[in-house]
Ligand binder design. Structure first.
Ligand SMILES: *Cc1c(COP(=O)(O)O)cnc(C)c1O
Length: 485
């Protein structure tokens, strides 16, 4: 028996944490109703524990891990903001949470109304009038958006298969391009960390289907030439895609649809308050121009002549269905609750504070860490551990040391154009005290790198487990509570 088993084993025969009502069928009747091949020969080996023990077990596990409800989580590009619990309460309301997805639409007019309203709210926020809520991740939104782009070109009778992507792009962009069978054409950002129109003009031709641009980009810098770039791309028949995963700096300030973007995805699980970080259900809503609406994934929520909402499957130009049912509905409820709670003014204020917090933190951090693109930033900025690396302390070590102070690591080694990158996004929900504390901790780690580098390179020292083999943990996932005996 492995040690792991001893840590996890709480079971004691006969203990129970539940009571079930008396069964109206006899054992023979039950067995008779199930095909023989599915009969068990031995009892399932389930842990036998009381409710209290089960509760303690899961709470103990939850505090061993890091999460946003426990501590600061400046994981750049992931927007790990505090998610108001009210939105979880709304998503758990029985009419939302218990409605069966196979039930006829006529039994859930309120749920359809919520989806209709959320689409309209996201359209207002983005300036793109048609919004599908179906994609369930940012990456799936990209995939869907590129399929829309392809469908549009094919409809025009053009076979284009290249997508321009800057070197600061999120890895999902080129991956999505490859997934639909297109090829990426990479261009370099300039010395200010933004894309210059000339760089786009140099590669734009009649084989290029469009361009994917993130704004603010992954350096946390606002792309200042979008209009010019969009003109270049449109003039030669291409379409503009905005990776809108990082919308947190834009709400109520910058609308992608107003400056020439034709397609974009939102990450409801970043900006719009769905808890994330463990790879749970996401929301990658897809916004497109009126012209591209005909290509949106099936089914499309529409109003009939009497104003009643229904799902339209009869759209011959659609790229088809991307997901079972209509996407992750609970995320839509949270996003709706979040947007309606804050209102337009509140969303704008959230973005303003997100930007203010990032700039404030950057001025504190740059005393001890290099910040290669040091102009004003948006919701995040990218520092570099290159100064510390010369002392034998890598960015990974700095991030592991942060765990000893109860802080999650920033995003490491991304974007690729910054060596030893530490991508830091504080979000609007953190107080000045939290930001000051974090800057103090970063200062202390910089000092340790000089005086006692071994302390940093051997961190973490206080966590339940030390440095893990993350690749093996992800590739050979073992979720059985008994481990392998
Ligand atoms: C998070 C993110 C994505 C991908 O979103 P997923 O939901 O993780 O698939 C894409 N682009 C950018 C810029 C992101 O930050």
């Amino acid at each position: 028996m492995k040690k792991r088993t001893l840590i996890y084993e709480k079971s004691s025969p006969g203990r129970k944490g539940y009571t079930l009502p008396a069964c109206r069928m006899s054992e023979d009747e039950i067995l008779g109703s199930i095909p023989a091949e599915f009969h068990r020969e031995t009892d399932a080996e389930l842990p036998e524990v009381t409710e209290g023990e089960a509760m303690r077990h899961f709470v103990a596990l939850s505090v061993k891990n890091h999460h946003i409800d426990k501590g600061f989580y400046p994981l750049g590009s992931c927007t790990m903001k505090y998610n108001p619990k009210l939105n979880d309460v709304a998503a758990a309301m029985p009419g939302f949470a218990s409605h069966h997805p196979m039930a006829p639409c006529s039994t859930a007019p309120g749920n359809l109304q919520l989806m209709w309203e959320l689409s309209a709210l996201l359209a207002e926020i983005s300036g793109l009038p048609s919004v599908s809520l179906q994609p369930v991740a940012g990456a799936q939104g990209e995939f869907a958006g590129l399929l829309v782009m392809r469908a549009c070109h094919l409809k025009r009778g053009e076979k284009r298969d290249r997508i321009i992507i800057p070197d600061s792009a999120h890895g999902t962009n080129p991956a999505s391009v490859t997934s639909i069978g297109f090829t990426s054409v990479q261009i370099e950002s300039n010395e200010h960390g933004v894309v210059a129109p000339e760089a786009v003009a140099a590669v734009m031709d009649e084989n290029v289907a469009g361009m994917m641009l993130t704004n603010p980009n992954t350096l946390g810098i606002f792309e200042t030439h979008v209009k010019e770039i969009a003109e270049i791309v449109h003039a030669r028949g291409g379409l503009m895609y905005m990776d809108g995963a990082n919308l947190n700096a834009n709400m109520g300030i910058f609308r992608p649809g107003d400056v020439g973007f034709d397609i974009m995805h939102f990450n409801l699980h970043k900006t719009f308050s769905t808890p994330h970080g463990g790879g749970g259900p996401g929301g990658g809503a897809l916004g497109v121009t009126a012209e591209l609406d005909r290509f949106q994934p099936l089914p499309v929520l529409e109003k009939d002549s009497e104003g009643k909402l229904f799902f339209n499957y009869d759209r011959p130009d659609s790229i088809g269905r991307l997901h079972s049912f209509y996407g992750n509905f609970a995320n839509m409820v949270r996003a709706h609750a979040y947007i309606r709670t804050l209102g337009g003014e509140g969303l704008r204020r959230a973005s303003e504070i997100a930007v203010l917090n990032a700039n404030y933190l950057k001025t504190l951090i740059r005393e001890d860490y290099e910040v290669p693109y040091d102009g004003p930033c948006m919701h995040e900025f990218v520092a570099s551990g290159s100064r510390q690396k010369k002392l034998g302390v890598r960015t990974l070590d700095i991030s592991k040391r942060l765990l000893d102070f109860g802080v999650h690591s920033p995003t490491n080694y991304f974007p690729l154009i910054v060596p030893e990158a530490l991508m830091i996004e504080p979000t609007e929900t953190e107080s000045k005290e939290t930001l000051d504390d974090f800057a103090e901790i970063m200062k202390q780690i910089a000092r340790e790198a000089q005086e006692n580098p071994e302390l940093v390179t051997s961190a973490p020292h206080t966590t339940p487990v030390r440095r893990l083999d993350e690749v093996t943990a992800a590739r050979t996932l073992d979720v059985c509570y008994k481990g392998d005996e």
